[in-house]
Ligand binder design. Structure first.
Ligand code: TXA
Ligand code: MG
Length: 320
């Protein structure tokens, strides 16, 4: 198992020597390596079992640092960065030569963000290189939102997990890119809502959900768990389809169901708030994976604000 602690100089030493460190962010935990050390970057792909056509996000301390790795910023990109960094926003920008094709999977654009997490910002401050960090989970599984989640799945492969406790937001960052005329498009719904983005730069395009097209960022479908099948829809209706309810799990927004063991049902938001649901979502899926259930019934949450990103993740988890 990995060591879990909050020693920044220890994390720095591992990273300087080409090793991997799991880092906390406000969205999810990342599996970090020096973005400028190609062996370390390659180690991320093999550790996660991630296909090399799925590019990595570069994490930096602030806008000034970001400008060292990306050029020709659209005006709206800069507006968003100033408004929302540090925060759950990733920008797709034209890369400089210092960013390797291995990081971007050969694409001309690099994904960059400034995470809003004290320990990780302190770490970035003492490093003289940026960090690439995909979510710290094996490829295809949901993202980790606590050090324990990381340790459970990658603990035997990495030396150190920087402990920032539970992630504040619980959903990955929202990815925004710009076309040749600088028009903004959201490529992945995430911890920064569409409404918040539009309140600052006006209408943005949304890439359609679906397809496992690796060219479309954030669009790879997740399979979640090989042993649990997910039925997404009205839980009350779907529950009637099962005579034996003992191997059923339920994740609801905020409802309780009769005739089902208490331990087999979870509410995402006992307080009815979407940000609570976001925070609990991935832990809830992980919890259900530890039960001996065959079917997981889940209902979508209200489809606005963070709810859009939550529903997106639920649909992906339900995909086979
Ligand atoms: O909140 C987050 O973004 C977390 C934390 C750790 O920062 N990171 C994260 O990384 O979710 P990852 O690798 O699990 O997801 C990054 C997504 C992938 O779907 C990838 O395809 C897309 O970003 N992406 C990265 N670089 C890209 C690029 N140059 N062009 C297009 N898409 C890119
Ligand atoms: Mg991921």
């Amino acid at each position: 198992m990995a060591e879990i602690g909050s020693d920044i100089s220890k994390a720095r030493t591992v990273l300087q020597n080409g090793g991997l460190v799991a880092i906390p962010t406000e969205t999810v935990y990342g599996l970090a390596a020096s973005a400028l050390d190609l062996d370390a970057v390659a180690l991320i792909f093999s550790t996660k079992n991630r296909p090399s056509f799925d590019p990595l996000i570069v994490h930096v301390e602030n806008i000034t640092e970001a400008k060292k790795y990306a050029v020709n910023w659209a005006e709206k990109a800069l507006v968003l960065a100033k408004e929302f960094w540090p925060g759950p926003l990733t920008l797709l920008l034209e890369k400089r030569d210092s960013i390797s094709d291995l990081v971007t999977s050969g694409m001309q654009k690099v994904a960059i963000r400034v995470p809003n997490q004290k320990l990780t910002l302190d770490l970035l401050h003492v490093l003289d290189f940026p960090l690439v960090a995909p979510s710290a989970n094996p490829f295809g599984y949901v993202s980790p939102t606590s050090p324990t989640h990381v340790n459970d799945q990658l603990g035997d492969k990495i030396p150190y997990i920087l402990n920032g406790g539970n992630c504040e937001i619980g959903l990955e960052s929202t990815i925004v890119g710009f076309d040749t005329t600088d028009e903004p498009t959201i490529y992945r719904l995430g911890g920064l809502s569409v409404e918040e983005i539009e309140s600052v730069i006006g209408k943005v395009n949304l890439t359609p959900h679906s397809s496992s097209n690796p060219q479309a960022p954030g669009m790879l479908k997740s399979h979640y768990s090989p042993s649990v099948s997910i039925l997404l829809g009205n839980v009350k209706t779907n529950l009637k389809k099962f005579i034996n309810k003992n191997d059923i799990g339920i994740i609801s927004f905020n409802s309780r169901f009769e005739n089902l063991p208490e331990k087999n049902q979870l509410k995402l938001a006992p307080d009815n708030h979407l940000n609570t649901a976001a925070k609990n979502l991935f832990s809830a899926l992980r919890y259900m994976d530890t039960l001996k259930i065959r079917t997981l019934l889940i209902e979508e949450v209200p489809d606005y604000g963070l709810g859009k990103a939550i529903n997106d993740r639920l649909r992906r988890a339900a995909t086979r």
